[in-house]
Structures are given as C-alpha cells and as structure tokens.
Design a protein around this ligand. Structure first.
Ligand code: F6P
Length: 342
C-alpha cells in the first residue's frame, strides 16, 4: 500500500511527532510506502508530493512546525479541486490519506470520504476545540507557554502595581484561556463562550486593591466579546474557510480598564508564540500515539474515522461526528476558574 500524509491549517507543536510515528510504523511494521503531501490539501490538488523514509524523519520529534508545510486551502472552494485530488491520487497510486488537522482540514477530510477518498483523520489544534476527543495535541504546549508567560507577568505587574491584560488564542472556544489561566493564577478569565461585563471585571480589580493586592492579571481569549458590542477584528477579509482574523480585544480591554479604574494597565498579546517551538512531553507522547493509531486504522481499513483520546485510550470516531460541532469549554471547569477571580 502507498499512504499519503498531510498537515493542514494552523501549525501546532507535535505535527512532526505524528509524521515520524506514521512513517516509522508504516514502513517497518506494515511495509508501506509513505508519501509526504506538501502544504495541506493544496499539495494534493497540485501533486506536490515527496517520498518519506526513515532518514527523512530522523531528529524531527522535538521540532515544532511541520516538515511538510501547511496551508489553509479548502479544495471545495477551488475549481474542480475534488476532481484534481482524485486525479493526483491515481497518478501517485496513493491508496489512502492521513490528514492531520483541526475542524477545517478534517471537515474537508469528512467530505472527501463521502466522495470515495480513503482517509483517516488526526486531531490537531492548540485550541483543543475538536469534539469527540479528550485532547488535541498542541494544546498542552500552548497552555504551558501561557502559564510561563503569566508567571513572568506576575512579577512585573506586582513591582509596578499594574493591571496586565494577556490576550491568548481561542477563536470560538476558551480552553487555552481557562486552562492556561488556571495554571498561571489569573485573576479574571474571559472566554468566547461567556460574553463579559466590563463593570464586573473592574469591580473585581477594585476588590483586589481593597484587600491589598495592587496588581491584577486578566486573561482574555481572542474571540471573547463584551456583552454590549461585537467582535474585535484586525481586518474584514475572510480566509478559505470563512474566518476573519481576530486580534485586538486585549487592547480594547486594556484601554477600557485603565479608563474606568484609573489603574495603569499594560497589554501583552501572546499570539503565535503559543503555536511555535518544541512540543511538551505530553504532546510528543499524544502525537506519537495518534500517529501510530492512524497508521493502524489505515491497516485495519477504518476509513472515514479520526483517532481520538478517550479516557487515555486511542479510539476511532467517525470524522463526520468529530467535525459536526466544536467542543466549547466545560462550564464546570470555568466554575473552578471563577473561584479565583478577584
Ligand atoms: O486555529 C488555531 C488558531 O491558533 C486560532 O486560535 C487562531 O485564531 C488562528 O489559529 C490564527 O492563525 P493564523 O494567524 O495562522 O491565521
């Protein structure tokens, strides 16, 4: 058998660990040929494919990014994109494709499966917002970055008696804000799931001052929205999956807090530092298990399925189910975070 592997959407630490596991077990255990498809679905449309052998995966386990490159290409938006994919699969005699991605990349995988492509999905996103899996790889690395940043910001906030607003990623779901915020001892956390009330945030900052805490750390997910106005975006342009580029809520919030409380406020946008660099040990292990699971599913003919983590076991779930709706923050977890507000 000849198997293709691609990485699509925003990159995330652990992609190379998945590729390494697929290639390693695919070649040494099953005797497959493995082809690396460049730049997500775009590479399959254009036929940009490279053979992967044991040498190509040597030393990539701790490396962030992806040796295959990535893109946010949606073949269903390209003229005859699906026809071209079928043609390239025949041209390279590719029997099946392992697609590593988030809701967009795996949404395409689910639709291609309906059109006869043999595909297995691997859940990747720092946002941890894919359904049917306890965790996506990349998330643990992202919250480690947030937690370390909050530790650093605590000391300077305390020294200057400032409010620090920290904007983190999370377009539709606030997992990074909530778990990163709990780990880093945030004094308030704002998520896309719960529209925020500026008056309440300022009251909590005030309450801290009254009990002698002259600094506050506020974590805000990029997709968080105030109760009374709409999303803060950088541009009006949409990508191939219809997403606007977010960013700006932190600065909005910082200015409002300073105006309303009179306390000096600074804003830090963590941005792509949350996505770059080396994966944590947890993400390396999870990504490795997912890669092994994916090549096993191919061998077992479990197409149209995604590898998932369920109670520390790797299980198959239908791709269509996994991408049907996003996994938003568990309200019980947010209640835990709220105990530490103010
Ligand atoms: O999907 C992951 C994510 O990190 C989102 O939280 C964020 O909105 C998006 O990627 C930004 O990605 P880029 O700047 O690469 O378009």
């Amino acid at each position: 058998m000849r198997i293709g592997i691609l990485t699509g959407g925003g990159d995330c630490p652990g992609l190379n660990a998945v590729i390494r596991a697929v290639v390693r077990k695919g070649i040494t255990h099953y005797g497959y040929d493995i082809l690396g498809i460049k730049n997500g679905w775009l590479g399959l449309v254009e036929g940009k494919v490279v053979p992967l052998d044991l040498n190509s995966i040597s030393g990539i386990l701790p490396r962030g990014g992806t040796i295959l490159g990535t893109s946010r290409t949606n073949p269903f938006k390209l003229e005859d994109g699906v026809g071209k994919i079928h043609a390239q699969l025949s041209r390279f005699e590719m029997d099946a494709v392992i697609a590593v991605g988030g809701e967009d990349t795996l949404g395409v995988a689910a639709k291609l499966h309906e059109k006869g492509v043999k595909v297995v999905g691997v859940p990747k996103t720092i946002d941890n917002d894919l359904s049917c899996t306890d965790y996506t790889f990349g998330f643990d690395t992202a919250i480690s970055v947030v937690s370390e940043a909050l530790d650093r910001l605590h000391t300077t906030a305390e020294a200057h008696h400032r409010v620090m607003v920290v904007e983190v990623m999370g377009r539709h779901a606030g997992w990074i804000a909530v778990e990163g915020g709990i780990a880093g001892g945030a004094d308030y956390i704002l998520t896309p799931e719960v529209p925020f009330d500026l008056g309440d945030i300022c009251a909590q900052i005030q309450r801290r001052r009254e009990r002698g805490k002259e600094f506050s750390i506020i974590v805000v997910a990029e997709g968080a929205q105030p109760e009374d106005t709409s999303l803060s975006t950088q541009t009006e342009d949409l990508d191939a999956f219809g997403h606007v580029r977010l960013g700006g809520i932190g600065n909005f919030l910082g200015a409002e807090i300073e105006k309303r409380t009179g306390y000096e406020t600074r804003v830090t946008v963590l941005g792509h530092t949350q996505r770059g660099g080396s994966p944590t040990a947890f993400d390396r292990v999870l990504a490795t298990r997912y890669g092994i699971g994916a090549i096993d599913f191919v061998h077992q003919g479990k197409f149209g399925q995604m590898v998932s983590l369920q109670g520390n076991k790797i299980r198959p779930v239908p791709l269509a189910e996994a991408v049907a709706e996003l996994k938003t923050v568990d309200p019980e977890l947010y209640e835990i975070a709220k105990i530490f507000f103010g």
